[in-house]
Design a protein around this ligand. Sequence first.
Ligand code: AP5
Length: 192
Amino acid sequence: MNIILLGPPGAGKGTQAQHLVASRGMVQLSTGDMLREAKDSGTEMGKMVADVMARGDLVTDDIVIGLIREKLEGAKGGSFIFDGFPRTLEQADALGQLLDEMGQSIDHVIELRVNDEVLVDRIVGRAEEARLAGKPVRADDNAESLKVRLLAYYKQTSPLIGYYHAKGMLTAVDGLGTIDAVKDEIAGVLDG
Ligand code: AP5
C-alpha cells in the first residue's frame, strides 16, 4: 500500500508517518528530511536549497522529483508513505509516472486538516521546545518563514486536493484531535 500525507506545515504529516512506520512497517519518504540531510551534510545541492528552505519557499520541482526518483529506484517494492511530497501538480504527475513504471500506484491520499491558528501554535511550540531542550531549531520554524510556508501551501500545494479528489483517492481527516485520535482516524481509512 502506498499513501500520500497531504497538509500544511505543522498538520502532523511527519508525526503520523512515524506512527505508520512503527505500526505497519511502511517506509517514510519525507522530502523535507532528505533536503535537511543534504543541507546538514553540506552537499552542493544542500547548499543550493538552504536559503530557499529557511525562507519557507518551495525547492524546485526537478530537485525534489530527483530525490524521490533516486529513493524509488533503490527500493525493491515496499509500502511507501509520501510525506510532504508531492507539493505541486508537476510533482504529482511525476510521482504518478514513477509509480506507474514500477507497476505501483497510490492507494490513499490523506489530507490532514488543521486551521492556521493551530498550525502557528504547533510550529512556534516546536521551536520553543527545542530551544528549552538546547536542541537545534529548524531554520524555517519562525513566524516569518511560517507565513511564507503557509502561502506556498495554499497557492502551490492545495490544488492537489482537487487533483486527487477528482481521481477518487482523497480522504480528509480532522487533524485537530490528539495525535492518537488522528492516528485512529488514519487507521480507519487505511483499513476501511
Ligand atoms: P517539510 O519538512 O515537509 O515541512 P512542512 O511541510 O512545513 O511540515 P512540518 O514538518 O513542519 O510539519 P508536519 O506536517 O510534518 O507536522 P509534524 O508532524 O512535524 O518541508 C520543509 C521545507 O522543505 C519546505 O518548506 C520546502 O522548502 C522544502 N520542501 C520539502 N518538500 C518539498 C517538496 N516536495 N517540494 C518543494 N519543496 C519541498 O508536527 C508539527 C508539530 O506539531 C510537532 O511538534 C508535533 O509534535 C505537533 N503535532 C503533530 N500532530 C499533533 C496533534 N495531533 N496534536 C498536537 N500536536 C501535534
